[in-house]
Write a protein that binds this ligand. Structure first.
Ligand code: I3S
Length: 126
């Protein structure tokens, strides 16, 4: 119906803290280094802010560009092999960048997984 049609026009937007580790850059494996990041899912982009929401806001003001990931054509999957931590999922981008995301709180991770998967399924591949 009309509501469903309108829902598709509304951009997915979500913000919060997750633990994040980049494990490959352009297909090249990197040393894993977990850090807590303020993450913003906005449209087809996932932005990472090293410090906090405050950092994110100050980046906005100063025009400092945060690290971000293009979700077009990316893949998302749960992984138990790449970390001893619980609740870890992996995003692999078209450019061959691989990231792990994690939280000890089940609901937080589930929420993020589903929100990101929804965007990946929705956006055109190119
Ligand atoms: O997959 P790994 O190598 O066991 O990942 C661990 C390392 O990244 C480790 O750093 P060092 O290589 O500097 O020791 C981290 O401290 C650990 O947290 C990583 O393992 P987990 O299971 O937490 O992802």
């Amino acid at each position: 119906g009309i509501i469903t049609s309108l829902e598709h026009l509304v951009e997915e937007r979500k913000e919060g803290y997750l633990n994040k580790a980049k494990i490959a850059d352009g297909g090249k494996k990197m040393r894993k280094n977990w850090s807590n990041a303020w993450i913003i899912l906005s449209g087809q982009k996932l932005e990472f802010h090293k410090e906090s929401k405050q950092q994110a806001l100050s980046n906005l003001k100063t025009g400092n560009k945060p690290e971000w990931v293009d979700l077009r054509g990316a893949s998302i999957e749960w992984t138990k092999e790449k970390s001893s931590r619980k609740n870890v999922f992996q995003i692999t981008t078209v450019s061959g960048n691989e990231f792990l995301f994690q939280s000890d709180i089940d609901l937080i991770v589930l929420d993020w997984f589903h929100a990101i998967r929804k965007v990946i399924e929705k956006v055109p591949k190119e």
